[in-house]
Design a protein around this ligand. Structure first.
Ligand SMILES: [Zn+2]
Length: 356
């Protein structure tokens, strides 16, 4: 954290100072033009926001690798090149999910996007439904059921409690915050992205959270308990590749690799959404440019005693995917890392440290 703050301050000062900084000659000097050139390349229009698994992101990865090489940094330990490929498999929806509820002669049908946003629904789910206004239900009352949780507002702990108690799905009113992200939430993939070679964390699979718009909740409120069926047909999975870009400067001390430091950031951002480029200058071209500037400074001049690793990750925005692959298959013994300095969004003032 301290390093992060100090570097951010140094970069900002170097970039904006009207007169040269009064640095002693022996101290490394941040090269403002180098930082700006790397920032411009990463966050410029040409790389279109470096979306996870896109060719734009791959161009960014190759640029980061070429820059490390140009700065005298070697390819990651035990690797042929700087790029550690990471294969991703993401489930896709073949059609928008639907939820049909039937009670007596009444029938209500909810459609994903129009009425509801079902989060990571299974391809098919059928269960009796009940309506509750209080989440403190006895587990036997909700186990195996789809629960319409008719709370006045979205109550996350209440929803989690019902799912933990064994509800297969909980339908809950969408809050203003949920509605503000409706398009994104209702078009998310119907399951988690699998990372080749990375074990999914074991854990009890939880039921489905279904956000419902106000009109849908009003329709559900009129139903007596009955039977519900959720259909969420899946298409062929989407296959993508991302990269961890890894470099190393081995130290001169005999045990240099045993007490190494790791400098890391992520080079991806959100890409293009609805025709708009999300450039991600701050998140996290700024961190990537900082790590590259460390690489330039540490890779020039006298060698250092301690080994430094540099790792720039792709697909952070979809859940730290390249970083997870790196942790599962690190090119060094993780226990030999004395510290990891992570640089995230250092391009703007930190209100806790104004001026830095
Ligand atoms: Zn970030």
């Amino acid at each position: 954290m301290r390093f992060q703050v100090l570097l951010a301050g140094a970069l900002a000062a170097a970039a904006f100072a009207a007169t040269p900084l009064p640095l002693e000659a022996a101290k490394p000097v941040v090269c403002a033009q180098c930082v700006k050139a790397n920032m411009d390349r990463l966050a410029g229009d040409a790389l279109r926001g470096r979306g996870c698994g896109t060719e734009d992101e791959h161009v960014a990865a190759r640029f980061v690798a070429e820059t490390l090489k140009r700065y005298g940094v070697a390819a990651g330990a035990g690797m042929d090149g700087y790029l550690q490929p990471v294969q991703l498999t993401t489930p896709t929806a073949a059609a928008p999910p639907t939820l049909s509820l039937t009670a007596g002669g009444q029938h209500v049908e909810l459609l994903q996007g129009r009425d509801m946003a079902a989060m990571q629904p299974p391809p098919s789910l059928q269960a009796p439904f009940i309506r509750l206004t209080d989440a403190r239900a006895a587990p036997e009352a909700v186990t195996g059921k789809i629960v319409i949780f008719d709370s006045p507002i979205y109550d996350p702990p209440g929803v989690q409690g019902l799912l933990r108690a064994g509800a297969t799905a909980v339908i809950t009113p969408a809050s203003d915050e949920i509605l503000a992200h409706w398009d994104d939430l209702s078009t998310r993939p119907p399951g988690r992205t699998q990372i080749a070679g990375v074990e999914r964390r074991a854990g009890r699979s939880m039921g489905v959270t279904i956000f419902a718009k106000a009109d849908a909740m009003a329709a559900l409120r009129k139903l007596e308990p009955g039977d519900a069926r959720l259909e969420a047909p899946q298409g062929p999975p989407r296959e993508r590749t991302t990269y961890a870009v890894i470099g190393v400067l081995h130290g001169t001390a005999p045990d240099a690799d045993r007490h190494a430091i790791l400098l890391s950031a992520h080079y991806d951002h959100l890409g293009v959404r609805n025709g708009v480029i999300f450039h991600g200058a701050n998140d996290d071209a700024s961190g990537t440019a900082a790590v590259l500037e460390f690489a330039r400074i540490l890779g020039s001049g006298a060698k250092h005693r301690r080994t430094a690793y540099f790792a720039l990750f792709g697909c952070e925005e979809e859940g730290g995917l390249a970083a997870q692959a790196f942790l599962a298959h690190p090119p060094m013994a993780i226990g030999d890392l004395a510290a990891n300095l992570e640089f995230e969004m250092i391009g703007v003032d930190d209100p806790k440290h104004p001026g830095f």
